[in-house]
Design a protein around this ligand. Structure first.
Ligand SMILES: NC(=O)c1ccc[n+]([C@@H]2O[C@H](COP(=O)([O-])OP(=O)(O)OC[C@H]3O[C@@H](n4cnc5c(N)ncnc54)[C@H](O)[C@@H]3O)[C@@H](O)[C@H]2O)c1
Length: 392
């Protein structure tokens, strides 16, 4: 079949196998030329098939020679339907790792379940012995509690009062306004239960009990802070509460890891187009303005550049440099004064007529489509393609 993007709201329901493989190949090439570090070499990455988790896995493999076990939750293709982008990314990752002689095991299934934790433990025992770094990089709208069977949903809403601000309709290239009503107490708790620290703690307990954590093990989960512009919908909203819970979990995990001398912390990444961030109201307009600003100032980064910097400046250090809140800050360029001053000015002036002038909508759209393997240089999108065939 000829595979085209089929975009529904903020999701694309198709993915291009060769396009996804080309994305992975491009990230590998970047790492090969930009990164060569010594750091923990046995890694478990939970949420390894797209976004920050995938880039971290690529950077660790080709930049530090790491052996990895990756866990993700992707849909397999059928004869008539493409798989998810993460499915093809993982196929490509495995093929390139095998070509270059790296140990890599990828597991597909629900990381929130007890069963997947046991599968990962078995894979670690068989292929790595133990791990010295555990990366928790999940973004999900739903989680089933493995003990109670209760199904929780995460929502992106403000807390306490409605939030109104500028917003972008990416398809129509229109700047309008959006009002998001405040979350109910159940929604606040649901978001915490999905995106907070409960599952990270369950993972670390399971790994520690199984004896597959190496002495001095490091583990981190991801978070975002961002500027005052998005504060009401992000840090002060439901997702911010969940991220506070992640920070609390980091302290608890560090306490439990004491016998191993291990440490848990959060990594604060920059705002980027990924499947997770495109669903947040207001944030896509902020990202489109941020892209334009950071590109003009020469400090724009994608997931792979962020992860290269994370490995170089944080993970390869004997003691990971953390701020007073136990956070590794890779969002420093986004929050630079000159960057935010320009973003604020653009935010005040932007409307549909001045969209081009103040925001990089083309860059945003291109990055969004690239998440699904579309618009990647060198890929023949007119060629017949078997969704179940090999990606390389
Ligand atoms: N995108 C941003 O702008 C941004 C910025 C800072 C921090 N973060 C944080 O980074 C983390 C990862 O986000 P992302 O943007 O890379 O998201 P993403 O959607 O690109 O990646 C999420 C990954 O989690 C996996 N996953 C989801 N549910 C799963 C499940 N039940 N079992 C197994 N795997 C599952 C997916 O398969 C995928 O590999 C999140 O905590 C997010 O809040 C994102």
């Amino acid at each position: 079949m000829i595979i085209r993007p089929r975009v529904r709201g903020f999701i694309c329901t198709t993915a291009h196998p060769q396009g996804c493989a080309a994305n992975v190949a491009a990230q590998i090439e970047k790492v090969k030329t930009q990164l060569s570090v010594e750091m923990p070499k046995r890694m478990l990455i939970i949420g390894s098939s797209t976004g920050y988790g995938l880039s971290c896995r690529i950077a660790a493999t080709w930049g530090a020679g790491a052996a990895t076990v990756g866990v993700a939750y992707d849909k397999e293709p059928t004869a008539t339907r493409t798989g998810t982008a993460g499915w093809y990314n993982t196929q490509a990752f495995q093929a390139y790792a095998a070509r270059d002689g790296y140990t890599a095991v990828s597991l597909n299934g629900d990381a929130f379940s007890h069963g997947m934790k046991q599968e990962a433990i078995a894979a670690i025992r068989e292929h790595l012995g133990q791990v010295d770094c555990v990366v928790y990089s999940i973004a999900s709208p739903v989680r089933v509690d493995p003990d109670t069977g209760e199904r929780y949903h995460s929502v992106i809403k403000p807390i306490g009062a409605p939030f109104t601000n500028k917003n972008i309709d990416v398809d129509k290239a229109v700047v309008d306004q959006v009002t998001v009503e405040p979350a109910t107490p159940e929604e606040i708790e649901g978001t915490r239960a999905v995106m907070g620290g409960d599952d990270w703690i369950l993972w670390m307990d399971a790994l520690q009990t199984a004896g597959v954590l190496a002495p001095g093990v490091r583990t981190f989960a991801r978070s975002y802070l961002g500027p005052d512009l998005t504060e009401a919908i992000y840090t002060q909203g439901t997702i911010g509460r969940a991220k506070e819970d992640i920070e609390k979990a980091a302290r608890e995990i560090t306490r439990r890891l004491a016998p191993l001398g291990g440490v848990a912390f959060t990594v604060i990444n920059k705002a980027l187009v990924t499947q997770a961030s495109s669903a947040i109201p207001v944030v896509p307009l902020y990202i489109a303005i941020l892209y334009k600003t950071m590109k003009e100032l020469g400090c724009h980064e994608g997931c792979i550049e962020q992860e290269i910097r994370l490995l170089q400046n944080f993970l390869s250090k004997e003691t990971v440099p953390l701020d007073a809140q136990n956070r590794a800050r890779v969002d420093d360029w986004e929050l630079r004064e000159d960057v935010q001053a320009r973003v604020h000015e653009a935010w005040a002036r932007i409307d549909t007529d001045t969209l081009e002038q103040y925001a990089d909508l083309a860059g945003y759209r291109a990055d969004f489509l690239r998440l699904f393997g579309f618009g990647v240089p060198g890929v023949d999108y007119e060629a017949e393609c078997d969704p179940m065939g090999p990606v390389l």
